[in-house]
Design a protein around this ligand. Structure first.
Ligand SMILES: Nc1ncnc2c1ncn2[C@@H]1O[C@H](COP(=O)(O)OP(=O)(O)OP(=O)(O)O)[C@@H](O)[C@H]1O
Ligand SMILES: [Mg+2]
Length: 233
């Protein structure tokens, strides 16, 4: 589905990604972990074309997307839940959802407003509230729902549960588990390793802009040295 192959990305003169590589196969949930400032968000931004890679290639469904515009990349079927959520404050919950609605690259996506209300009954209750009147947890649900409304074949989540209360976090993990069961491919960033190893198939750890470890949940859970060295656990 997604192949990031040795990309190098910069902010001005400052290089942040150094031959960064990862893959997400069809139906997989893959995580990208690593300490603050290591290049997780930049990897996501490069995939979306927001901080285009200067060297290396990114392929999505076997098509090169490396230097394409964010708009085009989104239309090809990649949905982003950005760090910080970026909900439109002056649109209602429902308007935030309708603003991105799209039947997906094949035109046959299953996500529409009714499907979203079904998955997130809390959002339905709040559908007329403005984006800035809802709680952090509701905002994160809305950010996920908004990405689903584009019927993405690959969902990118940057900081899935950051800043949320434990109970709300559980709801987000439950939602991701449901999406996985439906076959949704997901690349997720989060700091909660325990929850991620429960849900995800494979993991990448990034350190100073390149992958230093990759493996399955089982491998990660038993590797105390890796957890300690790269995740500070
Ligand atoms: N717009 C920017 N301009 C210049 N440097 C930036 C910019 N955004 C990020 N950086 C730098 O790039 C590096 C990687 O940042 P990035 O946001 O990708 O890290 P991250 O792994 O997502 O961190 P966090 O866990 O804090 O979200 C950091 O050193 C950061 O200071
Ligand atoms: Mg980040």
């Amino acid at each position: 589905m997604l192949e990031v192959d040795a990309i190098n990305s910069f902010y001005g003169q400052s290089q942040v990604l150094f031959d960064m590589s990862l893959t997400v196969n069809d139906g997989e949930v893959v995580t990208l972990m690593g300490r603050n400032g290591m290049g997780k968000t930049t990897t996501i931004r490069s995939i979306m074309g927001l901080t285009p890679a200067r060297r290396g290639t990114i392929r999505f469904k076997n098509k090169e997307i490396t230097a394409q515009s964010p708009y085009r990349i989104a239309r090809l079927g990649i949905g982003l839940v950005p760090e910080g959520r970026l909900i439109s404050p002056n649109l209602s919950v429902e308007e935030n959802l309708i603003a991105t609605a799209n039947s997906g690259p094949a035109g046959t996506g299953r996500w529409d407003i009714a499907a979203v209300w079904n998955m997130f009954p809390k959002l339905r209750e709040r559908k007329n509230s403005m984006g800035n009147q809802i709680s952090g947890g509701e905002q994160q649900m809305l950010a996920i729902a908004r990405a689903l409304m584009t019927n993405p074949e690959l969902l990118l989540l940057d900081e899935a549960t950051e800043g949320l209360a434990p109970l709300i976090r559980q709801e987000i993990w439950y939602c991701l588990r449901n999406l996985k069961e439906e076959g949704q491919s997901i690349l997720v960033i989060d700091k909660n390793m325990q929850a991620l190893t429960d849900i995800a198939d494979r993991h990448y750890i990034i350190e100073k802009g390149s992958v230093v470890w990759e493996g399955t949940s089982r491998m990660l859970l038993k590797d105390d040295a890796v957890k300690h060295q790269y995740l500070g656990i």
